[in-house]
Design a protein around this ligand. Structure first.
Ligand code: COA
Length: 161
């Protein structure tokens, strides 16, 4: 069984993340979306909110599960029996960090492979922090975050000021 982990902060999930998820559901038997609890980055959305938003965007996928993790990604991947770690690349600027991370993960968990997918160029400018910034000031997030969560997310972000 081919199992992958797709990790991230998802603060919040965007159309760019969904683009990757929609493509990997057909590539793997099981996709585990790992949401980092993230003490360093201090997320705007609580862990439960981030998990809830992702679950609302992925109900039709039987092979997708959404779970929180803390600590090392490789430990989470091992616990899930995942031999693949999926990351999206938006631009060359993502490469250096991703290269370091993939190399470290390879050292810690040699059996696992990191697979990079190019994010659709429609979303190469997109990031969760931009979504937070635009939403906070009442800008429209249509086409940037999945339609299932758009109204709630816009309301929630406006209230975060
Ligand atoms: N489309 C659009 N934007 C995307 C995207 C896509 N396909 N994929 C990622 N992004 C954006 C995110 O929105 C996020 O934006 P932000 O910085 O404005 O919030 C940014 O890219 C990076 O986000 P993400 O992919 O969630 O990565 P991260 O840096 O928050 O977390 C982990 C990366 C979770 C994989 C990494 O921190 C980790 O593994 N941590 C666990 C500890 C560990 O094992 N460390 C050792 C590894 S070296």
């Amino acid at each position: 069984m081919r199992i992958c982990v797709y990790p991230g902060s998802f603060d919040p999930i965007t159309c760019g993340h969904m683009d990757i998820i929609e493509r990997i559901v057909d590539m793997f038997d099981r996709v585990v979306i790992g949401v980092l609890q993230n003490r360093e980055k201090q997320p705007l959305f609580s862990l439960d909110e981030r998990l809830g938003y992702i679950r609302r965007c992925t109900p039709g996928y039987e092979n997708v599960e959404v779970e929180a993790f803390d600590g090392l990604l490789v430990d989470f991947a091992r616990a899930k029996n995942a031999l693949y770690i999926v990351r999206g690349l938006r631009a060359v600027s993502d490469f250096e960090f991703e290269f370091q991370m993939a190399s470290m993960n390879k050292k810690l968990y040699p059996e696992a492979e990191t697979i990079f997918l190019m994010t659709n160029t429609k979303y190469s400018f997109l990031s969760s922090s931009m979504v937070r910034e635009v939403g906070r000031w009442g800008g429209c997030l249509r086409g940037l975050v999945p339609g299932e969560i758009l109204p709630d997310l816009m309301k929630r972000l406006k209230n975060s000021l």
